[in-house]
Design a protein around this ligand. Structure first.
Ligand code: SAM
Ligand code: SF4
Length: 506
């Protein structure tokens, strides 16, 4: 069903070489460096980890108090948390992480789906099924018609309103293709049981781009631009991303969020592929990245992601790594990220099992995917088992959105499909200020109620609807008592939504 475009031999190798050569713009790295150094100071990280061993419980509790003021921690404080081993203190840390999440994000969970556009890639990452050396992988990319077909299923049958579109790095799927496919997604409007639906926020996970290309993405109306550094540890980075590949350029990747900010995209998502190197180092590096963005642009990352390495076709590195992160360490690192960068959104994906996702939602995660398919064209061709097997890596939880939302509702969480923020200019520094003061929560609560109402009426099974009604009733009561001035307008919008109007927001 996808364009089976043979393989990269169709592009002359001279053209490919030229394309690769023109990608990295050295001046768009150097302009952000200070004294020829980047902001990942490995010495500082190792020293902080060493200096803060066996932290005093009194100090840990002081650090937790600081987190509760929704202030970013410093590397020493974060290193101290990393070094905590006492079960009682760890449990206190989890409690505070949950309190912070409640304070900043209340009981909202945002859901989305990934849409893989193609598996062409010029890189050779040792852990990824899309790597160029994996000759067993049939290469394809979606046509614009197929993108629309996938969107129809995602928005029309499943009920998603947010996507993250995922691209390999290849001339076939370069910035022109990205812009065309994003516009194709936004153009789709589908009928639902009671009204209509569309994708209202397209986030992007792609290779690092130049400032010029990022400006074009911004013009397409993207939400968050997401690029994971994979590992901030230089030696490991070089080991898993061969030097002679585009991705082998550590600094080009490291500064892509600086370029994004300069291009006007102020919702940026950073992340680490946990399992490549020591998680303790990576957590401190994520903090340094967040600090540098905040220092220079007044705003830290909109989201932090923490994929864990999963088995992938022709990627033996995954089995060989000595840094595999255990479940306990995974939960600990999520708790610490919530405490260290308290205002940031945190994304857990379907790579994790259903149980792990349940656990980490109570430790600070704010977003997750559902009904996930990562085969190319796998939403509109859902039964094609072969397709499912030829994906980038293996998934841990493939439950449908309806099941995931029901479970959240039974846990007392409201699933928010709110996409108002970036459309009302509540992005970047503005949203971070609102999050830190708790004001954004008010908009979010109202928009969560309205969008959840839409979803319950358009897509929910009877069982999920029953669970959802309880949650929505409680939310409405909370608005009535906590922001009574807005309550009448909320109820007006709510009734109009019930009658079939869509996309009303604050
Ligand atoms: N090609 C772009 C890049 O590398 O940044 C974006 C797409 S890539 C498919 C998205 C992310 O998938 C990568 O950043 C990496 O963290 C993750 N990934 C790759 N292989 C993985 C594996 N075996 N297990 C878990 N996550 C993986
Ligand atoms: Fe390509 Fe990204 Fe996979 Fe690396 S992780 S091989 S860059 S798709």
């Amino acid at each position: 069903m996808t364009v089976d475009t043979q393989d990269r031999k169709n592009i002359r190798s001279a053209d490919m070489d030229l394309w690769i050569k023109q990608r990295i713009k050295q001046e768009q790295i150097e302009k952000y460096m200070q004294n020829d150094r980047d902001f990942i100071d490995e010495d500082l990280i190792f020293k902080a980890l060493k200096k803060n061993v066996k932290p005093d419980p009194v100090r840990i509790r002081d650090i937790l108090q600081k987190s509760l003021t929704i202030t970013m921690l410093d590397p020493d404080e974060t290193a101290a948390l990393i070094n905590v081993t006492d079960p009682e203190l760890l449990s206190e840390m989890r409690d505070v992480a949950y309190t912070i999440k409640k304070k900043v994000y209340d009981n909202r969970i945002v859901t989305f789906a990934p849409l893989y556009m193609g598996n062409y890639c010029v890189n050779n990452c040792a852990y990824c099924g899309f790597r160029t050396h994996n000759t067993g992988m049939k290469r394809k990319m979606l046509t614009l018609e197929q993108v629309k077909k996938e969107t129809e299923v995602l928005a029309g049958e499943i009920g998603h309103k947010r996507l993250i579109v995922v691209y390999g790095e290849h001339p076939r799927t370069d910035i022109d293709y990205m812009c065309d496919t994003i516009k194709a997604i936004y153009s789709v409007k589908v009928k639902t049981k009671n009204s209509w639906n569309s994708i209202r926020r397209v986030n992007v996970n792609a290779a690092p781009l130049s400032i010029e290309d990022l400006r074009r993405l911004k013009e397409c109306g993207i939400g968050t631009y997401q690029v994971f550094q994979e590992t901030y540890h230089r030696e490991t980075y070089e080991q898993v991303h061969p030097r002679d590949t585009l991705k082998g350029h550590y600094a080009w990747r490291l500064y892509c969020m600086h370029r994004a900010m300069e291009a006007g995209i102020d919702d940026v998502g950073i992340g680490v592929l946990f399992g490549l190197y020591d998680w303790r180092f990576e957590v401190l590096a994520l903090l340094l990245h967040s600090q540098d963005l905040e220092k220079r642009f007044g705003v830290g990352p909109h989201t932090i992601s923490f994929p864990r390495l999963e088995p992938a076709a022709d990627a033996p590195f995954v089995q060989e790594t000595k840094y595999k992160v255990s479940d306990d360490d995974f939960k600990k690192l999520i708790t610490i990220i919530r405490l260290s960068v308290p205002h940031t959104g945190m994304i857990v994906t379907a790579r994790e099992s259903a149980q792990m996702r349940r656990d980490v939602i109570t430790m600070g995660c704010t977003q997750t995917d559902a009904s996930t398919r990562i085969g190319i064209g796998a939403y509109s061709d859902r039964l094609n088992q072969q397709e499912q097997e030829k994906q980038q890596f293996l998934l841990g939880d493939t439950r449908e959105l309806d099941d995931v939302i029901r479970e959240f509702a039974e846990m007392g969480y409201i699933t928010s499909f709110c996409t108002a923020g970036y459309r009302c200019g509540r992005t970047g520094e503005c949203i971070m200020d609102l999050l830190k003061t708790g004001a954004e929560g008010k908009f979010c609560k109202l928009n969560a109620v309205l969008t959840f109402r839409e979803w319950l009426d358009d897509f929910a099974s009877s069982e999920t609807k029953a669970a959802g009604e309880k949650v929505i009733k409680k939310e409405i009561e909370e608005v009535r008592s906590s922001i009574p001035t807005v309550f009448p307008t909320l109820m007006e919008y709510y009734e109009r939504t019930r009658k079939g109007e869509r996309d009303l927001y604050f």
